[in-house]
Design a protein around this ligand. Structure first.
Ligand code: GAL
Length: 416
């Protein structure tokens, strides 16, 4: 007869074996709005279907500032999550700390090098090794509008230049509605700001001023014109904007309270989750003056070094799932972005996504493809934070002159 102690040992062995097969993945992310939650639920489903346990670690706060703070405290206390939504230069900073897991085994087996645009693969690697898995490509320089509101206000179509935009905004105002739905948080202010800079100055100026942080560009007439235009946009927002979440601003457009919103295409995920139809209920167009340019924002997950072999297996499966065709399609259909994996069929995607996909390829050839500063794609987090603060101060305080606004931004750009 089998003894109790033997039985316990046998059970322990089975449990250990199971743990090697499947593991728990704790995933830190900030996808909590309607469209975002629907999107991340697809990743959870795929991981559960592989037998893993998904431990959701959602930290609310658009743009991810709150999530970044929580992540720091978890890593510093020696208790990192299995995976976290980290992107751009922040990936390099975390990798330099020596805390990220090497994903090369998965990347090699799944042939990531041949499935990713080089500009994306480079960001996912640290010293030649993959340390993060990319999810999507979001376009940031979009302008969204409610079709019924435009009609009511007598606006014939989506404005293509800033002059046309202000003429349209005046008509909306005259119709008693809010021209621009805005959420006053610094990443949202900067989302609008970088689209204005791109529209006023073009891609080369954007690169010089906001990526290279070139002192001459930051002190130029084009920067002056950008700040004047930016301030004018603000005059078309409502008094309740400060502190408002981005998805509540999107809801104002949906509910026919406001006409336009400047936001990346996660806003489309929000419209879709509410059952709104693109091209009919809501319209998408590049922000004025930016049709030939593209500010990109690639979401990605980095994995942290963990000791448990089940957790390591789950991390590999998560990385493989993220780059898999099934996830790339269903996630991006919900999220409003386009697949980052090359050669994916766009058949199921709407016209906004098809435009984004075409413009991504075209602008890569013309030099119009630029990283989004507002979304952590371009410059080191410290300088990014300082510039965002300077831009938000200017946005929030009409008493700051354009000249002083320019000086403050240039000073912030020097932050190391
Ligand atoms: C962006 C992120 C998107 C979207 C948005 C609002 O920075 O890349 O995936 O979620 O913030 O939270």
């Amino acid at each position: 007869m089998i003894k109790v102690s033997q039985l316990a040992a046998a059970v322990a062995m089975v449990v250990t074996a199971a743990a090697v097969q499947a593991g728990e993945v704790e995933v830190l992310h900030y996808w909590t709005s309607g469209g975002e939650a629907k999107s991340v639920a697809e990743l959870k489903k795929i991981m559960q279907a592989k037998g893993h346990v998904w431990k959701d670690f959602a930290v609310a706060g658009g743009g991810g500032d709150n999530a970044a703070t929580v992540l720091k405290s978890r890593v510093v206390s020696g208790n990192p999550p299995a995976a976290a939504q980290i992107k751009g230069p922040a990936i390099q900073e975390w990798a330099a700390e020596g805390v990220l897991a090497n994903l090369d085994a998965t990347a090699k087996a799944e042939k990531w090098d041949s499935l990713l645009p080089k500009v994306v693969a480079d960001v996912m690697k640290y010293k030649g090794n993959y340390v993060a898995a990319p999810v999507n490509v979001h376009r940031v320089n979009w302008m969204w509008a409610n079709a019924a509101v435009l009609k009511k206000a007598g606006v014939a179509g989506m404005p293509k230049t800033w002059d046309e935009f202000f003429a349209a905004a005046d008509k909306v105002k005259a119709a008693g509605l809010i021209p621009v739905a805005h959420g006053g948080q610094n990443w949202q202010d900067f989302t609008t700001f970088e689209s204005v800079v791109l529209g006023v100055g073009g891609a080369k100026f954007y690169n010089d001023a906001l990526i290279k942080l070139d002192a001459k560009a930051l002190d130029s007439d084009t920067m002056k014109k950008s700040l004047e235009t930016f301030r004018k946009v603000k005059s078309y927002t409502d008094a309740a904007a400060p502190g408002r979440d981005w998805n509540l601003a999107t809801a104002m457009v949906m509910q026919e309270k406001a006409a336009f919103q400047f936001m990346g295409d996660w806003a489309k995920g929000e419209f879709l989750a509410a059952g709104k139809a693109p091209g009919k209920d809501f319209l998408c167009a590049a922000a004025p003056g930016t049709a030939n340019a593209y500010t990109f924002n690639v979401d990605s997950f980095a994995m942290f070094k963990l000791k448990d072999s089940g957790a390591q297996k789950a991390q590999g499966d998560l990385a493989a799932a993220i780059m898999g065709t099934e996830f790339q399609e269903v996630f991006n259909l919900n999220k409003g972005s386009i697949p980052v994996r090359l050669n994916m069929s766009m058949a199921k995607f709407d016209d906004c996504a098809k435009t984004s996909s075409k413009d991504f390829v075209d602008t890569a050839k013309t030099g119009g493809l630029v990283p989004s500063v507002a979304h952590g794609m371009a410059i080191k987090p410290a300088a990014e934070g300082a510039i965002k603060d300077a831009v938000s101060q200017f946005w929030n305080d009409d008493k700051i002159s354009v000249a002083d606004g320019m000086k403050n931004i240039a000073k912030a750009a020097a932050t190391k």
